[in-house]
Write a new protein. Structure first.
Length: 167
């Protein structure tokens, strides 16, 4: 009987972790689609609240992102697709769940298609129901933790890969 109880607990824990992983992928894909579709109002809904506040709120962030994307387009480039790989192990840090998720961005330029790969930080404050994302850019985890000290030291943030041209 004790073995059945332990097995049941194991199955419940695995199911919860799998469900959270599905939610990370779902929210990341929704965020990526919003950026590709230039739906910046929806895109910023996946921005970590502290970053949104530091940027001056939702409306200011939408203006900033639109300007950045307009600048990219003016240089003859546009995002074709964004995809995400399997998230890392989810860690609990105080009242948040945190993970990292590899991202691949394909964009078209005058010189052809290019691929950029980097890792996002995923954070949930509601036990994995909704996920926010942070793009650390070229910064390592310790540098990101200067402005976001709540990030777990257990997160593994892979460095961005050099942009490569696709054939």
């Amino acid at each position: 009987m004790k073995t059945i109880g332990i097995f049941t607990i194991f199955i419940l824990v695995c199911t919860a972790a799998f469900s959270q992983e599905i939610n990370i992928r779902r929210d990341a894909e929704t965020m990526g689609k919003a950026l590709v579709d230039k739906d910046y109002a929806n895109y910023v809904n996946f921005t970590y609240p502290k970053i949104l506040k530091d940027m001056g709120g939702k409306e200011k962030m939408i203006v900033t992102i639109k300007k950045q994307m307009d600048d990219v387009n003016a240089q003859g480039a546009h995002i074709v697709s964004i995809s995400f790989d399997k998230p890392s192990v989810i860690v609990k840090e105080k009242n948040e769940l945190q993970a990292t998720v590899p991202q691949t961005v394909i964009f078209e330029t005058a010189n052809g298609k290019m691929e950029a790969r980097n890792t996002l930080i995923a954070i949930s404050a509601d036990d994995g129901v909704h996920w926010y994302f942070i793009d650390p850019g070229e910064r390592d985890l310790e540098t990101v933790r200067i402005t976001l000290p709540n990030l777990s030291k257990k997160l593994i943030l892979a460095p961005s890969e050099p942009i490569k041209q696709l054939k």
